[in-house]
Design a protein. Structure first.
Length: 451
């Protein structure tokens, strides 16, 4: 009996230590089993207390009267499946007649407290079926990306969502995006994760960093073109517009619209072209868009109009030509001048880290979801890296990118420097590098950073 007591005390102590120091390990060893038992035992009473039950149908009441039995109780949504994950539980429910998916979404906070979970989110799988994703601990406190990811061409895993799923930046689904964040909000780390995810892919990276290149030039071995001042940025954007027009001419020449070609094979963008002639897709990263929109003289105003016009043209027309925009900035508002709101309208993906004013949050999510605006302005200063990600559909998530140091990003770009394509239209803007490019993985750690 003494040995059993000692063993029980050791197990409880180990569980408490894991829950404090390693919540992910605690969840996988103890938490998932306890949470499943808690949900199954409390399910009926919790659903009734949260108003998520429906009264018995008329035929059941009539049957109870005919057989002289007690009236049947109200029924909760039926559990189709419950399964544990590395961060929580997934509960799939079949709604009863008269219930709506919004009922579960509105009660998510009450369900979180009732089931003693860290977070609960819901989404409709199909008509009448809703999935509840419950997290057992704060997955954004110490971000650990899952070992198995699902990267695809032009689809980059960049962050972890608060429900434990992976947040992907899919350029083919969401071509252009806007990322906002104040100083020390985690915006640069998010951008590094983007570059690190794109580095192994067959894509050209083009950077505009008007902070004299301090953010992007260390990664220059993987960039096909870089600009570190507004004048060079204007010329670079004009070259991208010319390149885009050339790609459209190639698509027209290879469109294959003869009568014997099936409709599905008619080329309308670069992804419909054969692999051997398909132009390489281009991702344009603008580190601080406000620096491109500010001016102090007539000459600078002309340059500013030229830059914004080129960005708007790329945002409107670049998707089919395989040109994708990543616009980043600390501040993004209508006071940046004409064309800014037109540019924002083309940026489908929106990500906002901590911002210093509500106007920036409104520029990011005001036309998407008021709830996302409220969530963005409530991000505390001490939680760097937390962001709100949304799109034009109105959906939004709280995300956090794993911490990637500048050295890690530099090493990864150096390792994949051989994938950097040479684009003739952008050759004048190819960054000048110091020293030979690394040729072996063992030499990556000691490879010199680009100038």
């Amino acid at each position: 009996m003494t040995a059993l007591t000692v063993a029980l005390v050791l197990v409880v102590a180990a569980a408490g230590l894991l829950r404090w120091r390693r919540p992910a390990w605690y969840w996988l060893t103890f938490g998932a089993v306890l949470a499943m038992a808690r949900v199954l035992v409390r399910y009926a009473s919790v659903m009734d207390a949260c108003g998520l039950t429906v009264p018995p149908s008329r035929w059941r009441l009539a049957l109870a009267r005919m057989t002289d039995r007690p009236a049947p109780e109200s029924r909760a949504p039926r559990i189709l499946r419950i399964r544990p994950t590395r961060t929580g539980l997934v509960l799939r429910l079949k709604l009863r007649a008269g219930q709506d998916a919004f009922d579960l979404a509105a009660a998510s906070d009450r369900l979180r407290h009732s089931f003693s979970m860290y977070g609960v989110t819901s989404r409709e799988i199909r008509s009448g079926v809703v999935e509840l994703r419950m997290t057992g601990y704060d997955v954004l406190k110490r971000v650990q990306m899952p070992a198995k990811l699902d990267p695809r061409p032009m689809r980059v895993p960049v962050a972890l969502r608060e429900d434990g799923s992976v947040h992907y930046r899919d350029y083919r689904a969401v071509p252009h995006a806007l990322t906002l964040g104040a100083t020390e909000s985690g915006k640069s780390v998010y951008q590094r994760n983007l570059v690190a995810g794109l580095a192994p892919m067959d894509a050209a990276l083009v950077g505009i960093d008007c902070k004299q290149g301090v953010e992007l030039f260390p990664l220059a071995r993987r960039f096909s073109a870089l600009a570190d001042n507004p004048d060079t940025a204007a010329d670079l954007l004009d070259a991208l517009v010319d390149h885009m027009e050339g790609v459209y001419q190639l698509i027209r020449a290879e469109q294959r619209i003869t009568a014997d070609v099936p409709d599905a094979e008619i080329a309308a963008d670069i992804w419909d072209l054969p692999d051997e002639i398909r132009p390489v897709p281009i991702v344009v990263l603008v580190d601080e868009v406000a620096e491109l929109a500010l001016f102090a003289s007539k000459e600078q105003e002309k340059r500013r109009d030229r830059i914004i016009t080129a960005l708007v043209r790329l945002a409107q027309l670049g998707r089919a030509a395989g040109i994708y925009l990543e616009i980043c900035g600390q501040r993004f508002g209508s006071e940046l001048g004409k064309g800014i709101t037109m540019l924002r309208a083309q940026l489908t993906g929106r990500t906002a880290h901590r911002v210093n004013d509500e106007t920036s949050a409104n520029m990011a999510f005001g036309d998407i979801s008021p709830d996302a605006v409220l969530a963005a302005i409530q991000i505390p200063a001490e939680t760097r890296g937390i962001a709100i990600a949304g799109d034009s559909t109105g959906g939004w998530h709280r995300i956090r990118a794993p911490h990637t140091s500048l050295r890690q990003a530099v090493n990864l770009c150096n390792r994949h420097a051989d994938r950097t394509p040479d684009l003739p239209a952008l050759a004048p803007f190819r960054p000048a590098l110091e020293g030979p490019a690394p040729v072996a993985a063992a030499a990556v750690e000691s490879a010199p950073a680009a100038a």
